[in-house]
Design a protein around this ligand. Structure first.
Ligand SMILES: *Cc1c(COP(=O)(O)O)cnc(C)c1O
Length: 401
């Protein structure tokens, strides 16, 4: 082997030896982590064709990377999209989707008033100061959405499939039709529902966005996001990304893909556990109100029945503690022995979050009140533990609140 390395100096060997072995004659069973920032071909003519996009292939990792390609193909497949773009976080994915949607459309956004806190900030503190018209409305009120579309002529509309933290479910299919007829791109944040429960592109959305950090990666060990696009919007998405480079690192791509392999299994179990936890909480005298889409008295039962996969209602449960404020909620959270008080959701372990302190801290108290987020509201992300253990821990902490 030694004589095959023609340049003999150590410094030269240090950067050439061992590397650039063509993958021929075998196929790895999982996609390796390609950390290479650029890619070369047998001759420059071939590289020229790749640069010119006459031939498919990686050339530079801001344009595309084989590890990211694998994750993007997987996510496009799960969400029935034409393709997707892996981004460095869920928020980066949302920023990219909005930016791409508005490039050739009217600089006006009609957004659901119930959104993830940072998404509200993205619209109010990033897009609005750039001169984009931003209007928030209640997306569960179709008359209000209709009126906002007529008044504000949006180029983009933004909503979540299951809202955070009150778990409302708007009529994505009817809103998608409305967006289409108005020439607006509908962007749906499907982080809470996941493609197991709903696939918005199948019912007319232009873009689906996820925080991969949550159910998809699922283990609390990776930050990432994804934009899935329909046929019409895929090339503009790729073109924007090639210039701006909001891309996910290949290690995080690998971690996400590893997590996604078990995501349907985890999600089914988490949904089943959430049903049991919601019932137990509803029967607890220390609880004032439980929010869960399976509740027959849920305000959006019709949309849930029409849009959700059968027998799946998501794995988020929100609830209000009776006669409680910030102090009692803190005592409740401190008294939990197993459920983790962490600022995330969708992991294998159960987690509680206090929206007024965390996810909706950035929203003004007035906006919080309009969204119905009270100071006794707690949001629970149900994990894959034994349902009995989750319930026992919650009941114990409620006794100590
Ligand atoms: C977490 C989350 C985001 C943001 O994702 P990051 O990966 O934290 O940037 C956006 N939308 C929803 C619904 C989320 O839960």
């Amino acid at each position: 082997m030694e004589e095959k390395i023609s340049p003999a100096r150590l410094q030269t060997r240090a950067v050439h030896a061992g590397d650039r072995k063509p993958l021929e004659g075998f196929i790895p069973v999982t996609t390796p982590i390609y950390t290479a920032s650029s890619f070369i071909y047998k001759d420059v003519e071939q590289l020229d064709k790749v640069f010119g996009r006459e031939v498919e292939g990686p050339s530079y990792s801001r344009y595309r990377n084989p590890t990211n390609d694998a994750l993007e193909e997987l996510m496009a497949s799960l969400e029935s999209g034409a393709g997707s773009l892996a981004c460095s976080s869920g928020m980066a994915a949302l920023q990219v989707a909005l930016q791409v949607a508005l490039t050739d459309r009217r600089k006006s956004i009609v957004a659901a008033q119930s959104l993830y806190g940072a998404s509200i900030s993205l619209l109010g503190k990033v897009f609005d100061p750039m001169g984009v018209n931003v209007k928030f409305v209640d997306f569960c009120d179709m008359d209000a959405v209709n009126k906002a579309v007529i008044d504000h002529k949006p180029g983009a509309m933004l909503m979540e499939t299951i809202t955070n933290p009150l778990l409302r479910v708007a009529e994505v299919d009817r809103i998608a039709q409305l967006a289409k007829s108005a020439g607006a791109a509908l962007i749906v944040d499907n982080t809470f529902a996941t493609p197991l429960i709903m696939r918005p592109i199948e019912i007319g959305a232009s873009f689906v966005v996820h925080s991969l950090t949550k159910y998809l990666a699922g283990h609390g060990d990776v930050l990432g996001g994804i934009v899935v696009a329909d046929e019409e919007n895929l090339e503009p998405l790729r073109a924007y990304s090639r210039i701006v480079g909001p891309v996910l690192g290949p290690f995080e791509s690998y971690m996400s893909m590893r997590g996604i392999k078990t995501f349907p299994l985890r999600m089914e179990r988490q949904c089943a556990n959430a049903c049991r936890v919601a019932s137990a909480l509803a029967a607890n005298p220390a609880i004032e109100k439980v929010y869960y889409p399976r509740d027959p008295k849920h305000p959006d039962v019709e949309a849930v029945k029409r849009l959700f996969s059968p027998d799946l209602y998501g794995a988020m449960v929100s609830f209000e503690l009776k006669d409680a404020g910030r102090e009692q909620v803190f005592r409740f959270m401190n008294a939990l022995n197993m459920v983790v008080p962490a600022t995330s959701l969708g992991d294998v372990h159960s987690m509680v979050l206090y929206p007024s302190m965390a996810s909706h801290r950035e929203a003004s108290p007035k906006h919080r009140e309009r969204m119905g987020i009270r100071d006794n509201l707690v949001r629970l992300s149900v994990g894959i533990e034994a349902a009995e253990d989750i319930i026992a821990d919650l009941e114990h902490a409620l006794r100590h609140a």
